[in-house]
Write a protein that binds this ligand. Structure first.
Ligand SMILES: [Zn+2]
Length: 116
């Protein structure tokens, strides 16, 4: 399964630009409980759960961002990402997830509206 980088990033970026002021530094429920893609074999909706590498170093953060599937990560995995992007932060999953989204977007477009 693959995502179109430009299309999907525009989608995420637009969502953030439109909703950031209402998020109050917390991931909204569509990020916390992401709608999963349909299975491409049996077409069952909301069923293609991403396989997240056990070794955190190998997690495909970009793929999860573009699919807006970062909410499938555990709190521990998200904290790992934030630690390695100098967004060191403890807190509830919605806060760490929010930071992960913004941090990844900022990596892709440092001039975008992704400062927290
Ligand atoms: Zn299936």
């Amino acid at each position: 399964m693959e995502f179109d980088l430009k299309d999907k990033f525009l989608e995420v970026g637009r969502f953030i630009a439109e909703n950031k002021s209402r998020m109050h530094d917390r991931a909204p429920s569509v990020w916390m409980n992401p709608a999963l893609p349909s299975c491409r074999f049996c077409q069952q909706e909301n069923s293609a759960k991403p396989v997240i590498q056990e070794k955190k170093k190998q997690i495909n953060w970009l793929f999860l961002l573009l699919g807006q599937l970062l909410g499938c990560c555990t709190l521990e995995q998200l904290k790992y990402f934030c630690k390695h992007t100098k967004n060191h932060r403890t807190g509830a999953k919605d806060r760490v997830l929010y930071l992960t989204y913004l941090g990844l977007c900022k990596q892709l477009d440092p001039t975008g509206p992704f400062d927290r």
